[in-house]
Write a protein that binds this ligand. Sequence first.
Ligand code: COI
Length: 349
Amino acid sequence: AQAALALREERKKPLYQDEEYADVDWDNLGFGLTPADYMYVMKCSKDGKFSEGELSRFGNIQLSPSAGAIYEGTKAYRKENGKLLLFRPDHNAVRMQLGAERMLMPSPSVDQFVDAVKHTAFANKRWVPPSGKGSLYIRPLLMGSGPILGLGPAPEYTFIVYASPVGNYFKEGIAALNLYVEEEYVRAAPGGAGGVKSITNYAPVLKALSRAKSRGFSDVLYLDSVKKKYLEEASSCNVFVVKGRTISTPATNGTILEGITRKSVMEIASDQGYEVVEKAVHVDEVMDADEVFCTGTAVGVAPVGTITYQDKRVEYETGDESVCQKLRSVLVGIQTGSIEDTKGWVTCI
Ligand code: COI
């Protein structure tokens, strides 16, 4: 009641104050936040047009949890018997901690993180698709939520977990992807924060991605920022190259996201007798490969049908007998409980 009263009093104040000066110690101004009375807010919808803006009193704004910061992605699957399975959420917790450390943010403990994911999945269990129809994508995120004007750690952080049922990431469904090797824009530079799952690594790829999509490609492959010759990753996922029984993937050196699907697929592939190599993968090697495939939580394990680099377009093997398909079926089997989990990767909730 007191808060409501205060709000009513606040609203009674005139829009503009007519005192010549606000009540500020003008001789001792630093760069701390002293919010002035008003802020101007104008919103833009999908059509790219800003609506008429308006002044309102400075105050907190409402923000959708789905507006990103540092974020994670993990999935809950429904087993044939209806039980729910989570896939390696403790690895997402550790990755968030490493990312937060790079960005000088505090992060939840592994137990707090996993507990939050379990609670969110269980509370939303009616949104987990039937077995074989998709999964519940769970997005834990961490953002600076306290006020700050200068450059420095935020005075308050918020950790949120929300969920959404999802099917295939690409509009191609499970059909092979057509990728474009980007030469103008780079994704991340050595010493930067390319290995952090932060929105700062996703917003900068949108320009190259939308240009490639308008030309009919599914996604963009980025090259290293120094020599522009070595493969990094795609906008939304990691990438693997297959030649004979050898499977290579770009080594993580701080510019590449350390995917949990990437790590799991590497382990499955070596279990199956493939030689798995993490190294600098030259673009010429990609163009000469038998197969290329992508991995990610959102993407899963996705076959690549073609890659276009400069004026050359190469086609790759895909289909039921492909390495990609074999690895994918083991991974999906473990995630959905149709293959026994001997590795301790899935948690039943
Ligand atoms: C994921 O794979 O979980 C991601 O966050 C990728 C993103 C492009 C949706």
